[in-house]
Design a protein around this ligand. Sequence first.
Ligand code: UD1
Length: 367
Amino acid sequence: MTQVLCVAGARPNFMKIAPVMAALAETGIAAQLLHTGQHYDAAMSDGFFADLGIPHPDHHLEVGSGSHAVQTAEVMKRFEPVLDSVKPQAVLVVGDVNSTIACALVAAKRGVRVIHVEAGLRSYDRAMPEEINRVLTDQISDLLFITEKSALANLQREGIDPARVEFVGNVMIDTLYRNLERAVPSCQTLGTALPAYAVLTLHRPSNVDDPATLAALLDVIGEINAVLPVVLPLHPRTRGNIEKFGLSAKINALRILPPLGYLDMLGLMRDAKLVLTDSGGIQEETTALGVPCLTLRDNTERPITLTDGTNTLVGADPAAIRAAFDQVMTNGGRAGCIPEYWDGRAAMRIAHTLKGWLPQAAGVRSA
Ligand code: UD1
């Protein structure tokens, strides 16, 4: 009998589900893995399974791209019959992507328990699709695992019983520690040894979907590149928009790479002088690596990276980005320390809790 049906769908899910699957296997919890296919390119998906030793998915929904409504609806439609045939005791979802809310919603309505890993993070910015996914997933989850203590206060504010919440640390950082020694040296990924460089990642709709915002960002990145070479692994959404808006000339002088595999990206970040990003996960990974991070957003759902880590919020304003960059060049950037429980054992804490929780949660909830 399958006890836990684990769900992964998009790139940022894969590094979170890998240690969870390993810990469930190690503690003897019967689990299956379902891939929704939200991300489907080899570079955005398959490579991560190989790099991280994630077992081949037991189920693949192959939903592909679409508007948020289409993508979420397709996952829901295709997930329901799988859930009905597998009949797990619980569905485990990670993070905040469309696949997360889609599968959680189907499970909750079928009376199947929902476990949310990386619960309670809040940017308080409802313009972010991920924020909607986080709030809704947490509301319908039975067991919520959090990465930092601020998440508990967020959940309590939304009326969630703290008895259902457990602080376990960060499973994505489990993956980082587990793979650090295998990380590909940056000179190999770059094809040349750069004495110092910055890594940029950019894909948030708020930064890349508006031509003027994207152009202004690329201009200031161009200025930075004149001082410190900028390496840009280019997300498909961003690549498409740069071409559509006629901005290709603005990235000519940067070192452009395709979306990278996990071990390449890890090595590239580890060896960087600075990371500029609008990703959620990279704010945490740079904190764990001790590399200064300038986050090109006005808010973060991961405040511990600001208080304890190496992260600084700079938004999309060119003057603020320039000033923060100058500061890193003069003083080396924020040193930071490793947040509590980001120790490589988060997934094992989850598995141990589930060992006790699953027998009590047995039986389908009254729908
Ligand atoms: C999604 C997640 C976001 C995460 C990001 C990481 C949601 C709401 N957003 O955003 O939280 O940080 O993934 O990448 O779930 N595409 C490809 N190949 C792929 C996947 C996508 O070419 O394998 C293209 C799509 O056709 C689309 C664009 O990339 O044009 C965006 O993909 P999509 O999954 O819709 O959203 P992301 O912006 O990647």
